[in-house]
Design a binder for this molecule. Structure first.
Ligand SMILES: [Zn+2]
Length: 424
């Protein structure tokens, strides 16, 4: 064990370009062997207990551009504690993904959980077995049997509900810093966790001075990267969020990656990238799949946003989406249809024999039509979820690849224009 500690290969971030706050680069020396790398801006592979929703290992292979790093949430793994302790070889091998780079987050961004259960000693998570109180020692004992490559440190991110007080924001930072110090001490003593990288968490709700204190203090600790927590879509007004993100990110060292949770919409992803965020989740294509929808937005930044005229059928799709959105009314985040998707449950798709998206090279679009997926959806066939997940993942991963290409070619503002035009 001593040898492997001294030979530990450390993750490195190489930035090839920083333009107007956007960072283009690559994280190298990832994984147990230190041989893998991940391009940024990028996203993580969203999973439930380590497997992509609706997909088997084999069907996931059909998806192009699958992220290098897989995300698991601790809330779904809590019940496995004893099993994993007995198994001893870590979650990667247990779920049949021994080669994958695994990032363990605290919560699942898709699941809402009740507020008011965190205190100075513990943070609560909710899994299939109900609530679990995680003290730093229980949390680190879990990480020790999971043996992830990266993990989000225990933190108090319960600052989203309603309007929180300044005092509550301060508490979230105090607690998170004290959890961080305790977890770092425990990690030092754990031989099993010497190869796992801890991601420090920036909290503080919508209170600027607390956010800045959180960023400054967390930066002083030996963390491998930073998670910007509590910025999900409906957490605060957009203007506040943008201001906070810019100020917080300015406090962080350049040479470590910045992750964010709870941001999925393409327009919001771009807004965060422009404020220096590097890594996102991919729960959004999963939510779209669960609504019976297919991502259909264009990220072709070579079209001039001023002059670009959409094909006639796309134009009518856009109108349909707009009407549907207006009809739906509410703006409650996760359940809401967005203008980036088409709702294949709608009757107008029953004899639409085009692919989900013209020109898409995914398995679903190359082999099936909107009409077929519509039929699978209305008859509740499980294959609907499989085909939609394949398309939606590939479309979303392709979006990140477009972002990187646009950055390389100094055309991010064109991409921003195209995506912005589709957002309402
Ligand atoms: Zn497709």
């Amino acid at each position: 064990m001593g040898d492997s500690l001294s030979e530990l290969v450390k993750m490195k971030l190489h930035l090839s370009k920083v333009i107007d706050g956007c960072r283009l680069g690559v994280l190298t020396h990832l994984g147990r062997k230190g041989t893998q790398s991940m391009e940024i801006p990028g996203c993580l592979l969203y999973t439930k207990m380590g497997s992509a929703p609706h997909l088997t290992h084999d069907t996931l292979q059909m998806v192009q551009g699958v992220p290098v790093v897989t995300q698991l949430s601790l809330s779904t793994l809590v019940e496995l504690h004893e099993v994993l302790a007995e198994y001893k070889e870590g979650i990667g091998k247990f779920i049949g993904m021994p080669e994958s780079i695994l990032y363990c987050s605290l919560h699942d961004s898709v699941t809402r959980f009740p507020s008011g259960y965190n205190n100075n000693k513990s943070v609560s998570t909710w899994g299939s077995g109900g609530r679990t109180e995680l003290t730093p020692s229980k949390f680190m004992a879990l990480q020790q049997v999971i043996q992830p490559d990266w993990f989000q440190c225990l933190s108090d991110g319960d600052t989203v509900a309603e309007q929180i007080s300044k005092k509550r924001a301060k508490k979230s930072v105090d607690r998170s810093l004290s959890f961080l110090d305790e977890c770092l001490q425990l990690q030092e003593k754990s031989p099993e966790l010497q190869q796992s990288l801890m991601i420090g968490v920036i909290e503080g709700g919508d209170v600027l001075e607390e956010r800045l204190r959180s960023a400054k203090e967390t930066s002083k600790r030996p963390v491998a990267g930073f998670l910007l927590d509590g910025f999900q879509t409906d957490a605060m007004a957009k203007k506040t969020k943008h201001e906070l993100l810019s100020r917080v990110v300015a406090e962080l060292p350049e040479d470590k990656p910045r992750l964010i949770h709870g941001i999925g919409r393409p327009d919001e992803v771009l807004e965060c990238i422009e404020r220096g965020v590097d890594i996102f989740e991919s729960f959004f294509p999963y939510e779209v799949t669960e609504r019976g929808c297919a991502l259909s937005f264009s990220c072709n930044y070579n079209l001039d946003p001023e002059a670009a005229v959409l094909e006639e059928d796309e134009e009518s799709d856009m109108k349909g989406k707009k009407d549907e959105n207006l009809k739906d009314g509410t703006l409650s985040g996760a359940q809401e249809f967005t203008s980036f998707e088409i709702n294949l449950k709608e009757k107008r798709y029953q004899d639409d024999f085009r692919p989900l998206v013209n020109g898409c090279t995914c398995y679903c679009c190359e082999n099936h039509s909107r009409a077929y997926v519509h039929h699978l959806l209305v008859t509740n066939e499980l294959l609907a979820g499989v085909l939609l997940m394949i398309h939606n993942f590939q479309h979303y991963f392709g979006f990140f690849s477009s972002i990187r290409n646009a950055l390389k070619e100094d055309r991010l503002h064109q991409l921003r224009g195209i995506v912005g035009r589709q957002a309402f």
